[in-house]
Design a protein. Sequence first.
Length: 313
Amino acid sequence: MSEADRAIREANLPASIDETMAMLEGQDYVAGRALATVLYLALKMRRPLFLEGEAGVGKTEIAKVLSTALDRPLIRLQCYEGLDVSSAVYEWNYPAQMLEIRMAEATGLDDRTAIERSIFAEKHLIRRPVLQALQSTPNRAPVFLIDELDRTDEAFEAFLLEVLSDYQVTIPEIGTIRAEEPPIVVITTNRTREIHDALKRRCLYHWVDYPAAEQELDIVHRKVPGCNAELSRQVVAYVQKLRGMDLFKNPGVAETIDWASALTELDRMALDPETVSDTLGTLLKYQDDIARIETSEGRKLLESVKAELAAGA
């Protein structure tokens, strides 16, 4: 048994692509073999997994599935414009430090070195997601989700490149903190901007696309078990056609699930023009798209869906 295979077994990770598929299946995550393969390799090679794709296709869910299936804590760094080191990595508890200084003054302590050592002790360190992800117990390294990296700026991306290269960060007052065991890193991006090649080279890459109709129907059955079979077929067929209409924002799988759930709550057994119009807000998120579907174009779309399903029945 190789060192890599031994490490996988000790860490309770899937030992093959088929086991990875079974792990995803066990968490009701519908995935193709290509995704299972790159996920298996990322776990075995201990490389970050870089997932790119449209919003709502299930990228973030992969990290959640890994956390649950592997019984690892999930640490999430939600990226946004202006994200900096103090929010992502660490910062000092300034009120506690000031209290420490005043207590030293009150007791007459004038040893500057001792005071500095006291105020910059680890008990005053506030650990943010990056630092939390680097500090873990053996075989319990967390799943570290870096979500929507494309929302940050290039400066933070460059900093992250250093972290992912050596799995360590340096705190000037304390020193270098290095992970005993690298976390399982999942990076997602909606591709609102390109991520630098230097970071991508350190990762295994996979494009998460919209699922085919059969896969999406399987997802609806798993996530909305109360939705009757005919309504599920109509919902999936309708959404699949919507994605071919060049909308401002195509509905993702998450919106398909939301729509099927909403229709189930309304006790609908099939789609009709009035129901579609009344519930479009759960499926589409831009008024221009909703207005377009509420016209005769939307009615023709529904008629087309029902005709195709009837012909294929």
